[in-house]
Design a protein around this ligand. Structure first.
Ligand SMILES: [Fe+2]
Length: 173
């Protein structure tokens, strides 16, 4: 019996999308300083928040992982950049199949999560809600405690009750 080449199996494609090379691809896409508010450290916390919420809410972790790494890659400034979510979605479509594999349904969820992530919506599929909450839970990095009214999932709402201060930062514990 011949073993299938793992790089051509669905597991192989999934492994490729969350590996070091994919992280580097996203890292190199970012045109600003990673030490700023929307750089790599933020993505890592969104990734961690996303995994936590996804497991509690049964959301699709493939989509949530990709959202964490891609959502701010196309930002061009630290302040108001209303098109950055749309550009991130466009970028995701351009690398689908080469760097990651999602079904059409999953891709629609990723597209929606990326495109509208900074528009304040709360009504969506649980996977999209998980993406948005993972990002919003990291508002503590700029000293803002997320409001339960602006969060989508019960898991994220529960998390803000346990925020603690570390210097000027607020972190879920
Ligand atoms: Fe973000």
């Amino acid at each position: 019996m011949r073993l299938r080449n793992p790089s051509h199996s669905r597991i192989g494609v999934y492994a490729r999308m969350v590996n070091k090379q994919f992280v580097k691809l996203c890292y190199d896409q970012y045109q600003m300083n990673h030490q700023g508010y929307h750089g790599f450290q933020h993505w890592a916390r969104v990734f961690q928040n996303g995994r936590h919420i996804a497991h509690q809410e049964n959301a699709n972790t493939k989509v949530v992982d990709l959202f964490a790494l891609l959502h701010d890659t196309q930002r061009r400034n630290e302040n108001r950049d209303p098109q950055h979510g749309y550009r991130a979605a466009k970028y995701a479509h351009s690398i689908r199949g080469k760097w990651f594999d999602l079904s059409n349904k999953e891709m629609r969820l990723l597209d929606e999560a990326l495109t509208y992530h900074s528009d304040g919506y709360t009504d969506a599929d649980i996977t999209v809600q998980t993406c948005w909450d993972a990002d919003r839970l990291d508002l503590g990095r700029v000293g803002i405690q997320p409001s339960a009214k602006k969060l989508c999932t019960q898991t994220a709402k529960n998390a803000i009750n346990n925020y603690c201060s570390i210097g000027s930062r607020l972190c879920p514990v």
